[in-house]
Every structure is written in structure tokens, then in C-alpha cells.
Design a protein around this ligand. Structure first.
Ligand code: PEP
Ligand code: MN
Length: 337
């Protein structure tokens, strides 16, 4: 079933850092809710952070659970935190945390996901949000969702991309396979840039997403983790004001998906072209040092023939392959000369 407008707004800092930061951020989000009450708001904050380096902030730990309880009591917002182990599930559920989420790194490991599913089985948790794995793998994402469902909990899918690449095709596969569960966008982790959040929220609305998970911090520039991709509660309110009312034009929704995928392929293509030119530049310098001419006809013929064969196997006619290769090669020679 396609949705016409978003219904969930999950917001809060990447990490709970201090009681004051948690509560001030919650105050701002509660204000947003007071002004725009027609959505389900959930306050998010990580307390056990899966960071790449051991020398960065690893999360405040269980102490943060009491701050989340204060958010529940003071602002009547349901709260969510990330869990990666059964012990964390136990501590979070005992503290009365409403929702849990499974992060992208944990989502890459089905054994870890199963231990979490076993730990939530029989608890009163309201739901578990399952992020896509760090690698582009729709089957694994779907499998993780099934593990949680088999434990009897309600599930939401969170699309957070891979390595700041959206992987729209993976999200499309999920939506096709499971149109019955909410899929939310996490534009913060998807892009890694606060400046990209608004556009991604609008795009998610057009694509029929059920909501947003946006990293929101009272002072993003001072955040101890993911400082570049968080917005203030006021900015969140601006997004809600502009963004959520937009309704989906059902007729063009699938076209919007196909266009999102094609834009991503074009991005990849141009990034690869740029990479190719950088390598070409290094080859140019190597040739110059040895006084070898930039143009090497036999090497070009070898590359061209390989691509003509490739094209014939993939439905690209010879003329098109020649035109593309010639344009690329011309630029390469120009760079090297
Ligand atoms: C997070 O939500 O703060 C987080 C760590 O996300 P992800 O697992 O998507 O990187
Ligand atoms: Mn984060």
C-alpha cells in the first residue's frame, strides 16, 4: 500500500552526551510536536555508540537511560535507543525504553541480530527499528526484519544508505517486498551532511516513505559524534513545516523511484570518470618523465576492442561504445599532454 504522507518523525541527537543536552533537545522537539501535532514523534538518542575508532566518544552508557526516562516523564515523548547486544536489550527494556533500533553495523551480522531478536522476545518493547546493513544487501535487511518479527515485535525499516551513498535500489526492493511495514529515511546517516537533509526528506515524501529519522541536537557544532549531520530542533520544525504536508502524486511515484535510481547511477558514473582522470594524470606524469608520447594507439585499440565485446554482450551497439570511449580517451590524452 502506498502512503500519501509521512506519519513518523523520529528525532534526537546521535548520542546522549549530558542530561542538559538530552533535555534541551527534547524540549525543542516537544515544541515542534506542539506546533505540528499530527505525527507520531519518537525521541532518539544513542547511549552505546558503535564507533569506528576506539579513541572517540563511545557513548555515555547505561547512565543515559535515566535521562531518557526524564524525557518520557517531562515531555511525554516515547524514546528509542540503539542496542547491539542482549545485555543492552535487557538494560534498555528494564529501564522502560519504548523502542529500540538496530544499527547498520549490527545489521551486517545476522547472528548478532538473532541474539537481539531472542532478547526482545517476550518483552514489552513497542517496536524495533531495523537499519539497512552497512553493505548494500536488501536480502540481509529483509532477513533481519523477519528475525525480529519472528520474535513477535513490530518492526520499522530505516533506510540509512551505505557509505553516504543512498542505494535507492536496495530501498526499492525492500518496499516492493514489504509494503506492509513502515519505511523511514535517515537522511543524516545517508548523506553525512546537514545541508542534504531537507532535500532528502522531501524526496522521501515523494517516494512514499512513512517518516524520517533525523539527528537533531541542541548545538550540532558541539556534538561529540556526527556533528556534521545534525540539525537543531528549530531547523527540524522548519522541515516539518515545509515538508510533511506535501502529498504524493501517486501517478508519478514509480517514475520518481526510477529517477532516483538513475541519478544515483549517474553520480557513480561521474565519480568513476573523475577517478579515471586522476589515474590518467599519474600515468601522464610517468610518461613525461620517460619522454613517452601520451597517445599510445595499440593500448587504445586494446581498451576499445575489450569494450566493444563487452557492449555486444550487454546490448550496447558498437557505434555507441566507440563514441563513449573516444570521448573518454580524448580527455585522457588532453590531460596527459
Ligand atoms: C545512529 O543512528 O546514531 C547510528 C549509529 O546509525 P547507523 O547504524 O545508521 O550508523
Ligand atoms: Mn549518528
Amino acid at each position: 500500500m502506498l502512503k500519501t504522507t509521512i506519519s513518523y518523525i523520529i528525532a534526537g541527537p546521535c548520542a546522549a552526551e549530558s542530561e542538559a543536552q538530552v533535555l534541551a533537545t527534547a524540549h525543542g522537539i516537544a515544541q515542534c510536536q506542539a506546533h505540528y501535532p499530527n505525527y507520531t514523534y519518537i525521541y532518539r538518542a544513542g547511549i552505546w555508540k558503535p564507533r569506528s575508532s576506539p579513541n572517540t566518544f563511545q557513548g555515555i552508557g547505561a547512565e543515559g537511560l535515566t535521562w531518557l526516562q526524564e524525557v518520557q516523564q517531562t515531555y511525554h515523548l516515547p524514546v528509542a535507543t540503539e542496542v547491539a547486544t542482549p545485555e543492552q536489550v535487557k538494560q534498555a527494556t528494564e529501564a522502560g525504553i519504548d523502542y529500540l533500533w538496530i544499527g547498520a553495523r549490527t545489521s551486517a551480522n545476522p547472528i548478532a541480530v538473532q541474539t537481539i531478536a531472542d532478547a526482545v522476545d517476550g518483552t514489552k518493547i513497542k517496536g524495533v527499528m531495523v537499519k539497512n546493513p552497512v553493505n548494500e544487501d536488501a536480502a540481509l535487511w529483509l532477513g533481519n526484519i523477519a528475525r525480529l518479527e519472528q520474535a513477535g515485535v513490530a518492526v520499522m525499516a530505516i533506510h540509512r544508505g551505505c557509505n553516504h551513498r543512498p542505494c535507492w535500489a536496495m530501498a526499492y526492493q525492500l518496499l516492493q517486498a514489504r509494503p506492509d511495514i513502515p519505511i523511514l529515511i535517515d537522511p543524516s546517516h545517508l548523506s553525512g551532511k546537514a545541508s542534504a537533509i531537507a532535500q532528502l526528506c522531501t524526496q522521501a515524501n515523494r517516494l512514499g516513505y512513512s517518516g524520517w529519522m533525523v539527528e537533531t541536537h541542541i548545538a550540532p557544532q558541539e556534538a561529540l559524534s556526527d556533528a556534521q549531520q545534525q540539525i537543531t530542533p528549530e531547523e527540524l520544525e522548519g522541515l516539518v513545516n515545509r515538508g510533511v504536508g506535501e502529498s504524493v502524486n501517486r501517478g508519478s511515484e514509480d517514475l520518481d523511484w526510477q529517477r532516483a535510481m538513475i541519478d544515483e547511477v549517474d553520480d557513480d558514473l561521474w565519480q568513476h570518470l573523475t577517478k579515471r582522470m586522476e589515474i590518467s594524470k599519474r600515468i601522464g606524469a610517468w610518461k613525461k618523465e620517460r619522454q613517452i608520447p601520451a597517445l599510445q594507439p595499440s593500448r587504445y585499440q586494446e581498451i576499445l576492442q575489450k569494450r566493444i565485446v563487452w557492449g555486444s554482450e550487454h546490448g550496447l551497439d558498437k557505434e555507441t561504445v566507440e563514441q563513449i570511449m573516444e570521448a573518454i580517451h580524448k580527455q585522457s590524452v588532453r590531460i596527459q599532454s
